[in-house]
Design a binder for this molecule. Sequence first.
Ligand code: ATP
Length: 326
Amino acid sequence: MNKPKKRIAVMTSGGDSPGMNAAVRSIVRKGVNAGLAVFGVQRGYEGLIDGEFIEMGPRSVSDIIHRGGTLLKTARSQRFRTEEGREKAKEKLEKLCINGFLIIGGDGSFHGAHKLSKIWDGQVIGLPGTIDNDLYGTDLTIGFDTAVNTALYAIDHLRDTAEAHERFFIIELMGRHAGFISLMAAVSGGAEEVLIPETKTDLEAIARRMEAGLKRGKKSCMIVVAEGDECGGAYAAAQRLHELTGRDYKVCILGHVQRGGSPTSVDRVLASKLGGFAVDAFLEGHTDVMVGEVNGQCCFTPLKETWEKKKKLDSYLLDLAAVLAT
Ligand code: ATP
């Protein structure tokens, strides 16, 4: 008699990020290729609690590698934060005889995944899927590169009009707790200043630098601020800079535009690689870990470390940004 196929389920959770679909595609095709039965869980932990599973095959992931969002949908789930909710989720996994559960999401999703691994016998494996890039254990998260490029596109557009009208712009980018998107977008967009939660923001010093720049012949300026910076965001910074200099600072809040769009090749390749590696991790018996890529090599990090250890911002780039803005 044939041995029953091992079963894995894949889910996207938390904020959507470009490249999640490419990761699902890779998991499904690699999983089927390895002789596994693969299921998709719809609507994140909400769908898991409600038992929203669909069986997936190579054709159910056709034509999605280039699409943003997530075909499995995603959600934030209050119920999964409770023991009762997690018990229900566990029952659903047991009922379908799932052996491995692969979660594509950010640190919140991993908190939940880690708790699930304590009460459920199957293997739990995380894939870093968040635009914020704030997870320890991987150089890049799936979606970060696309989000930076979307921000850069907006900065380039604003710069055209800033130059034409000799205006001062402040653009607010996503990042409640981390400045990775802002730093990369600011350096690649040639911004004069970047305000991020990881560093102290001194608006009086910024006002002085802006005025000095004008004296050196600058005609416009671009300030990038992460939404979580302690200055309170772009409107608060614009107000304070106006009080300090008398100048009008135009504000652009990029918002959810940064979450969507077709993933860049960097994100598609990363998602494909980590999807395949997550299936390998399942076959090798790993659990309660995140798969990531560091210095080009796939690796594992215990889920707990992905949020307990702090990923460092590139301090060299941060210092250089100030020099390049002169
Ligand atoms: P992003 O970085 O894009 O915001 P995320 O995965 O961090 O993604 P969250 O909304 O923080 O997004 O978490 C997703 C879901 O994970 C939550 O809606 C909740 O169901 C679950 N979750 C988050 N934190 C916990 C926790 N401490 N315990 C149990 N479940 C949690």
